[in-house]
Design a protein around this ligand. Structure first.
Ligand code: HEC
Length: 101
C-alpha cells in the first residue's frame, strides 16, 4: 500500500460512521448511473445473487450493506481476483459513490 492509499484508507475509516444502511430511491438512481457500468463489466459475473462469490452486490442496497468490505477490497485492489483489474478512475468512481452516502 502506498502512502496515498494508506491516507485514503484512514479517511474512509474515519467517515465510516456516516454511511446509512437503507438505500433511498436517489441512491439507487445514482448507483445505476455511476456504479452499475463498472459493476456490470468487472464484478457482476461473480457477484449476482446466484454468483460464485456468494455475495450479491447487484444493488445500491447491497453496496451500502457491505460498504466497509467493498471499500477494503477497492483500496487493497483485491477484487476482481483475476484478470484485468479496475482502473484508478473506476476505483475513484466506486469509492466516490460509497463515500458520498
Ligand atoms: C472471478 C470472480 C470474481 C470477480 C470478477 C469479483 N469477485 Fe469479489 N469475490 C469473489 C469471491 C470468490 C469472493 C469470496 C472469497 C474471497 O473473499 O476471496 C469475493 C469476495 C468479495 C468481497 C468480500 C470480501 C470480504 O473481505 O468480505 C467483496 C466486497 C467483493 N468481492 C467485491 C468485488 C467487487 C467490487 C468486484 C468488482 C470490482 C468483484 N468483487 C469482482 C469473486 C469475484
Amino acid at each position: 500500500m502506498t502512502r496515498a492509499e494508506r491516507f485514503l484508507l484512514l479517511l474512509l475509516l474515519a467517515c465510516g460512521g456516516t454511511s446509512h444502511p437503507v438505500a433511498s430511491p436517489r441512491d439507487e438512481t445514482d448507483w445505476q448511473r455511476e456504479v452499475a457500468p463498472v459493476f456490470d463489466g468487472t464484478c457482476k459475473r461473480c457477484h449476482l445473487p446466484a454468483g460464485s462469490a456468494k455475495l450479491d452486490l447487484s444493488s445500491a442496497a447491497a453496496w451500502l450493506q457491505h460498504a466497509d468490505s467493498i471499500k477494503s477490497v477497492l483500496i487493497a485492489r483485491s477484487m476482481p481476483p483475476e484478470g484485468p483489474g479496475l482502473t484508478d478512475e473506476q476505483r475513484a468512481v466506486l469509492l466516490g459513490w460509497l463515500q458520498s452516502r
